[in-house]
Write a protein that binds this ligand. Structure first.
Ligand code: GDP
Ligand code: MG
Length: 145
């Protein structure tokens, strides 16, 4: 069971994607190394190419944004690595490792800050809330929910 009693930190799960740019650039190991070094733990991992419908569902909150068609093309354009990652405050912990959405604004020491330059091709995705994590893990790894 996730969670714990008293003042101990609650264990969470989050969905992490190494996006197609990260896979094409050979950065899967780098991303996994960083999250494992932080103390997060892999629960599931799979290389897959997303069907358009899954990509559109995953990024449903951005459906009305001007960049949505381009984002769907990009995320379905090659294999990605989907991970479920677990640990204390895993959602916030991974978002901190990833850095800001715009890699130019992401701090040095973060995955995006160190390794990317373009806002769309920013290497990784991480769920942004417990609700998003539950929805996204259900979409990518239904057997885990
Ligand atoms: P995230 O939660 O930090 O990944 O950022 P968002 O949820 O705001 O956006 C989802 C993804 O869409 C980002 O990670 C980028 O890959 C892409 N994206 C966000 N903003 C833009 C933009 O202005 N232009 C383009 N082309 N892509 C964007
Ligand atoms: Mg987001």
């Amino acid at each position: 069971m996730a969670g714990s009693l008293g003042s101990r930190t609650v264990t969470e799960r989050t969905l992490v994607l190494v996006k197609p740019d990260g896979v094409a650039r050979g950065l899967v190991g780098e991303v996994i190394s960083r999250l494992e070094a932080k103390g997060l733990r892999l629960v599931a991992a799979e290389l897959r190419t997303l069907p358009r419908e899954v990509a559109e569902q995953h990024y449903g909150e951005h459906r009305d944004k001007p960049f949505f068609p381009s984002l769907v093309e990009f995320i379905t354009g090659g294999p990605l690595v989907a991970l479920v990652v677990e640990g204390p405050r895993a959602i916030e912990a991974f978002r901190a490792l990833a850095g800001a959405t715009d890699p130019v604004k992401a701090g040095p020491g973060t995955i995006r800050g160190d390794l990317a330059l373009e806002v769309q091709r920013n290497i990784v995705h991480g769920s942004d809330s417990p609700e998003s994590a539950a929805r996204e893990i259900g979409l990518f790894f239904p057997a885990l929910t």
